[in-house]
Design a protein around this ligand. Structure first.
Ligand code: SF4
Length: 328
């Protein structure tokens, strides 16, 4: 690991001041991504600012929904009894991510900023546009079974690795960002960027900003929601395909739907066209199959990951059928 300066911040203001004064610095919360990548020398910050003691960890009910501090531990969010009841897809998504030990350390804000698991990104000897802009992409013609099929570009096909992020995309969450100059909120579906020609730029955050909270608005029918994840083994594994789905059905007709996909996109993938296609239709296998096909209509698979298209369609259609049984 390359030497670095370590600062321990006592408040958000102190952390933001240091971040503004030292643009090459990185924020350390749970450390479950940053430390790994520093050991591999994929990330080489000039300084590390420990923000684990600055608060920002409250999980609060607000008049419009929930406000979750960026430093709330994933374990605590998943275990919150009202979140588990009101937003089961959120709780389920967290519990299907990583391991118990990692969920205990990992924070909500850090989770949203976790880096791709593309093996070439983590291998400093491989060509990777995300790590070294202009270097090329070894995954395009390399081992790409786990890579994305939606939102890809000729520069990068790395999959967004999140689970919590997929649930937040389905729930119309908003992210609060703060810098020394002030605060702004961003729709979570706009927070992550598709790679395009600049895969090194993964979010709309500025270098001087940090995530301070996530706001999740009320969605009454989210009590009937689920997160399902298909992976190579049953725990501590990233998704091949995942779905975060909520469905509002009345007298057999879909009134509203929320659909987001994980494991297949370069960002948490909200499937709005699929959602729109369901509204007003009978909640049956035909409608769900049609919606699933629409969700994957823009897929650009490589030979090794083409299976994800059919898999995602089947998993999504199955999730919708299962939710219908809950909703009727
Ligand atoms: Fe790098 Fe993206 Fe290519 Fe992976 S897919 S090697 S992260 S440019």
């Amino acid at each position: 690991m390359i030497p670095f300066a370590l600062h321990t911040a006592a408040s958000p203001e102190e952390a933001l001041g240091r971040l503004a004064d030292e643009p090459g610095a990185a924020l350390l919360a749970g450390g479950t991504t940053l430390v790994d990548l520093m050991k591999l020398e994929v990330l080489r910050p000039s300084a590390v600012i420990d923000i684990s003691r600055i608060g920002l960890d409250a999980i609060e009910r607000t008049p419009r929904g929930w406000r979750i501090g960026a430093l709330a531990r994933n374990r605590d969010v998943a275990a919150h009894p009202r979140i588990a009841a009101d937003l089961p897809l959120l709780s389920q998504a967290i519990l299907q991510g990583a391991s118990g030990a990692l969920r205990t350390m990992a924070t909500v804000g850090g989770n949203l900023l976790q880096r791709t698991r593309c093996g070439y990104f983590r291998d400093r000897t491989a060509a990777c546009n995300k790590r070294s802009p202009g270097a090329g992409c070894a995954a395009l013609d390399g081992v790409n079974r786990g890579h994305a099929v939606l939102g890809v570009s000729d520069a990068c096909i790395a999959t967004h690795p999140g689970d919590l992020a997929v649930a937040l995309a389905a729930l119309d969450a908003r992210v609060t960002l703060r810098s020394r100059d002030g605060e702004r909120t961003v729709a979570f579906t706009d927070f992550n960027l598709v790679p395009g020609n600049t895969p090194e730029r993964e979010t709309v955050m500025m270098p001087s900003e940090m995530v301070t909270a996530v706001e999740v608005p009320d969605l009454g029918y989210a009590r009937r929601s689920l997160y399902r994840k298909v992976r190579d083994r049953a725990s501590y594994q990233f998704a091949l395909v995942s779905c975060a789905v909520a469905l509002d059905v009345e007298e057999g007709v879909v009134r509203a739907a929320r659909i987001a996909l994980g494991g297949v996109g370069t960002k948490p993938w909200r499937a709005r066209e699929a959602e729109r296609s369901l509204v007003g239709r009978f909640a049956d296998a035909h409608a769900f199959g049609d919606a699933a096909a629409r969700a994957l209509a823009g897929a650009r698979p490589r030979p090794d990951n083409a299976f994800k298209v059919a898999m995602a369609e089947r998993v999504l259609a199955r999730c919708l059928l299962d939710l219908r049984e809950m909703a009727l």
